[in-house]
Write a protein that binds this ligand. Structure first.
Ligand code: CP
Length: 315
């Protein structure tokens, strides 16, 4: 593996999951692989799970880790090519990324979308500048349109916990008060469409995801119908793709509760976290026996570790 920015960087997702589970059972088997190698984790946005799990994964592999909250601790970044930098920005991403690449062997980058300009976000203008200028392999820590480390952890979780060969996995939209990115649902859809699962997406009218990520999925506006017989329910809010970044309706009735679980195959409930309790997902689900959100978050370590292991082996 040369970089990890989407599912398209992976040859065989089932083999990657199997290797991740081997690392889970033997976390320190490759301590020598990362010796004298350094990863730099560059955050333009907040994080708990991605930051800590990727650090833990790197440490398990014997790597050194450096973290830069570039939005708060770095110089104000200029992202536009050709800019006359006579305003508030101090350092161009061309130099910033290239210099970071001098200090580390692998870079992880988190860069959320602005949700104002679809073309800018969906061409990954910020993230791709780091890829272009840093000169070392890049791991996505969540970009404007994708969160592949999360999706890999989700597939690891489904593989571990499934009770039937080909489980029914339902991605359901959930209510929220803010406009959230489409990165997690896009990425989850992209990975599930390649996995050996029956994959259904359900959301209110107006919350269609970009078709670039949902080819092969069954899509319905009927949540009850979608949940019937589900083995896994993946709960997530997202803002509209068209009109871009809009909250076209709040739909509180879409929040998952125990009543809705009755039609499922005792479904396990997933969420990438952080989650707003009793807005996106009810207390009774999060504190009940069907929730696997903590297990899922734990698997973020093995997702990151298998990716870093493969990148180290390609250096
Ligand atoms: N799920 C996830 O990426 O969590 P953080 O934003 O806390 O990293």
């Amino acid at each position: 593996m040369k970089q990890f920015t989407s599912v398209h960087d992976v040859n065989n997702i089932n083999a990657l999951v199997a290797e991740a589970l081997e690392l889970k059972s033997s976390p320190y088997a490759f301590q020598e692989l990362g010796k004298n190698k350094t990863i730099g984790l560059v955050f333009l946005n907040p994080s708990l799970r991605t930051r800590m799990s990727t650090q833990k994964a790197a440490l398990n592999l014997g790597m050194n880790v450096m973290v830069l909250n570039i939005d708060k601790e770095g110089w104000a970044l200029e992202l536009q090519d050709g800019a006359v930098m006579n305003g508030t920005t101090v350092e161009h991403v061309r130099e910033a990324a290239a210099v970071l690449g001098q200090y580390v062997d692998i870079i992880g980058v988190r860069s959320f979308p602005g949700l104002k300009n679809c073309d800018e976000d969906y061409t990954e203008q910020v993230f791709n500048k780091f890829v272009e200028y840093c000169g070392v392999p890049v791991v996505s820590l969540e970009s404007a349109t994708r969160h592949p480390l999360q999706s890999l952890a989700d597939l690891i979780t489904i593989t571990e916990l499934k009770t039937v060969n080909r489980p029914k996995v339902v991605l359901t939209w959930a209510p929220h008060i803010k406009a959230l990115p489409q990165a997690v649902p896009n990425s989850f859809a992209e990975w599930m469409c390649k996995a050996d699962v029956e994959f259904v997406i359900t959301h209110p009218e107006g919350y269609e995801l970009s078709e670039d990520f949902t080819q092969g999925a069954t899509i319905t506006h009927n949540q009850d119908e979608a949940l019937t017989g589900a083995d896994f329910i993946y709960v997530k809010n997202w803002s509209a793709y068209e009109p871009y970044g809009a909250v076209t309706g709040t739909h509180p009735e879409w929040m998952l509760n125990n009543e809705k679980l009755k039609a499922t195959n005792d479904a396990k409930v997933m969420h990438c976290l952080p989650v707003r309790r009793n807005l996106e997902l009810s207390d009774e689900i999060l504190d009940g026996p069907n929730s696997v959100v903590i297990h899922e978050a734990g698997n973020r370590v093995w997702a990151a570790q298998v990716v870093l292991k493969q990148l180290l082996q390609s250096l």
